[in-house]
Design a protein around this ligand. Sequence first.
Ligand code: HEM
Length: 213
Amino acid sequence: MDFLSRFYSSSIGRKFFVAGAGLSLCGFLILHLSGNLLIFKGPGAFNHFAKTLDSNPLILPAELILAGFFLLHIVIALIVRYHNYQARPIGYARYSVKGGRTWGSRTMTATALIVLAFLVIHLKDFRFGNRSEGVYQLVVSCLKNLYYAVFYILAMLSLSLHLSHGFQSAFQTFGLNHPKYTPAIKALGYLFALVIGLGFASIPLWIMMGWIK
Ligand code: HEM
């Protein structure tokens, strides 16, 4: 415990927490997307999957751990941002960061806030919504609303941008910064962001087009 609190007190220690929780959340995104894609197989497969998950006694502890990772990632990232803001040079011309900044890195806070707002609405409607007719029917009836579907697609675009920087940044925090491996990690980060963004966005898009009824 003493080690953890001393580790947390350092700036690099806090970044480790953000990166570790962020990469764990990437793992959750892969699992969640894989489950969600069952919606293309129809109500039977999707509802059966949701029921199997819900009846697993390990689901509650898993949800609590997941909520902990989300909280850790968001709260400590905000603390890191605050410390960086306080340490910023005042009265000097702004300098550009070595290597240039990407769209993903420039919009990290904005995309984080959009994904957070999405998450609150998402959990309220899907996790704690009325599932009496089945989770498939709940998802389709919500996403049939054009505004709701467009909001989901924009949120997925924000998530994709967030991941396009966050993924590679986490590896840099862990010290994996090497001319040989960095380009491969960057490319993997972009691919991951694209697959996750397009994968999740395909669901509201298909429902909006009336291809999933
Ligand atoms: C089109 C995109 C998405 C759809 C259709 C979708 C669908 C769902 C559904 C149906 C549930 C309830 C599952 C259940 O309790 O049986 C759920 C839970 C959840 N979703 Fe999503 N989701 C989407 C995107 C996302 C994204 C991008 C994130 C994270 C940024 C996310 C995070 C969560 C979380 C944290 C839960 C609660 C997990 C749990 O309690 O088991 N979802 N989602």
